[in-house]
Design a protein around this ligand. Structure first.
Ligand code: SF4
Length: 325
């Protein structure tokens, strides 16, 4: 058996940035640093930061006054930030800039009197955050059935926005229905599904003809990792989401000559390498070859209050390269 290790996989620029923010906050201000919700949807990342002094809370209400709280990469509505500030907390916002861009689009279209259809997953942190920018103006559509059924009273100007981590294929199908039903529907000039989601799904699509099984390393609440499993399955290749090598089941490997391996955007590389080791040791994989379909070099700036504390930022400035971003 051989392993095709898909690339791009794992950490995206938004996740790197969010983890770096908590890291730096711990370094600069010292623990405890409070984090509202999981900073990114990966148990290993959360456990690691917790051990180093991060305290994860569901809401900011119970955080003692005077502390710092980091908002997760998935983004929050303005009320959440305001409530935290009113409670005497210092807020550090780790929202991915590509999620923040969708929030800004909501604000812009609401100001111009639009109703907004948001394609996304009900209950996902990112969707909750985006909708709370303007709860009355944003209507959620989660699948093709809802796209067929949604009713919009009157004839308001209408625009469609999307969650950043959707399946490109599902989104296209939903979009087609919405365009048919609402011919005046506008779409923003640039799609909201992010580069990292698109690239990881594209790698799976290109690998599918070569593999008998796809293992996706990621936590169950990771939207983009779950989509990778769906992309493979929808093309007839069995696929499983695993949090770690311990989740691999022996029977999955029956008759498998080539296993594809990838990881969601919040999965650390060490989890992928552990799976490679286990596939070699326990399942007799003879090789692990890279399968690269795109190159990524996206880096996002840190929030102003932290970017001057980042040694890499200093290094680049001293070298005359400017701040990353
Ligand atoms: S998956 Fe995309 S939107 Fe989400 S944090 Fe990464 S880059 Fe940002």
């Amino acid at each position: 058996m051989k392993i095709l290790v898909l690339e791009p996989r794992g950490f995206c620029a938004g996740v790197e940035r969010a983890i770096r923010i908590v890291d730096l906050a711990l370094e600069v201000y010292g623990p405890p640093i409070y984090v509202r919700k999981e900073i990114v949807h990966n148990q290993r990342v959360v456990d690691d930061l917790r051990q180093r002094g991060a305290v994860f809370v569901e809401e900011t209400d119970l955080i003692p006054k005077g502390n710092r709280v980091v908002m997760s990469a998935h983004g929050v509505g303005p009320q959440v930030i305001k409530r935290a500030q009113q409670a005497g907390l210092e807020v550090i916002d780790a929202t991915c800039p590509l999620v923040a861009k969708v929030h800004i689009e909501v604000q812009r279209f609401v100001r111009k009197g639009y109703r907004i259809i948001l394609i996304g997953h009900r209950g996902h942190d990112e969707v909750i955050g985006t909708m709370s920018e303007s709860p009355g103006a944003v209507m959620l559509v989660t699948n093709t059935e809802e796209a067929e059924a949604i009713q919009i009273p009157g004839n308001p100007p209408l625009v469609v926005l999307t969650q950043t981590t959707l399946s490109v294929d599902d989104c296209t199908r939903i979009m087609e229905i919405l365009r048919r039903r609402f011919p005046r529907l506008e779409t923003p000039p640039k799609e909201d599904i992010c580069y990292a989601t698109t690239n990881r799904q594209e790698a799976v699509k290109q690998a599918v003809p070569l593999i008998d099984l796809l293992l996706v390393v990621g936590s169950v609440n990771s939207s983009n990792a779950t989509r990778l499993v769906e992309v493979a399955r929808s093309r007839g290749v069995p696929s499983h989401l695993i949090d770690s090598a311990a989740d691999i089941q022996v029977e999955w490997m029956d008759g498998v000559d080539c296993v594809g391996l990838t990881a969601g955007a919040s999965t650390p590389e060490i989890s992928v390498q552990e799976v490679v080791e286990v596939l070699k040791r326990r399942f007799g994989a003879v090789s692990a070859e890279p399968f690269q379909t795109a190159q990524e070099d996206v880096v996002f700036k840190l929030p102003t209050e932290l970017q001057q504390r980042d040694p890499e930022w200093f290094r680049r400035r001293a070298a005359g390269q400017g701040a990353p971003g």
